[in-house]
Design a protein around this ligand. Sequence first.
Ligand code: GSH
Length: 213
Amino acid sequence: MILYGFPLSPFVRKVLIAIKEKGIEARMVPSNPNQPDEAFLRASPFRKIPAIEDGDFRLADSTAIVAYLDAKFPEPALIPAEPEARGRAVWFEEVVDTILIPAGAPIVVNRFLKPVIFKTEGDEEAARAGEEAILKPLDYLESVLSTGGWLAGDYSVGDLSLASSAKTLGYAGWTIDADRHPSLANWYARVCDRPAWQLAAEQEAAVFASLGG
Ligand SMILES: N[C@@H](CCC(=O)N[C@@H](CS)C(=O)NCC(=O)O)C(=O)O
């Protein structure tokens, strides 16, 4: 399997971790949405990362890809079968992908992408507004997470999505505030201990270092 993308993206990491959790053989082909090559465009018609190619099957969008992977490689399940748990796992994935990530984007753009990658000045006011904006979804997620548990019962795509966004925010110097969000801080430490996350973190550290980070 080929995964098109860039590992520091939260959406790409979500798929990469799903691949590692399931032990799927895959290689990442670095892909830049602003300079798409033909193979990447065939898999991702709207130039978004991630996308995959599995034989002659191509698919873009992290949510669609994880749904495909979970159906084709069922163990370990990342989308629960039980109806309520299934709905909640996808709900938490969407809370992160459509509310938390857009709210936190100014933090990543202005404290990481601009200064570290593009060597331009970030807008600190916009970054601070992002820090404020992510408190609402984080307060909500803290309120639904039981101590020692996962978001939707068993470890699922909801956890994958949230932890992946926390990891990307980490490149901008952001960390979970354990005083305000103690269950989330404990949960994130448990996610990062998982072998799939440690494997991905090693690969990512090499990419980060190659960027001069
Ligand atoms: N809903 C998509 C979002 C993917 C996405 O927005 N990826 C960003 C990188 S983090 C991207 O490709 N941006 C380039 C662009 O929008 O042109 C998913 O879950 O995969």
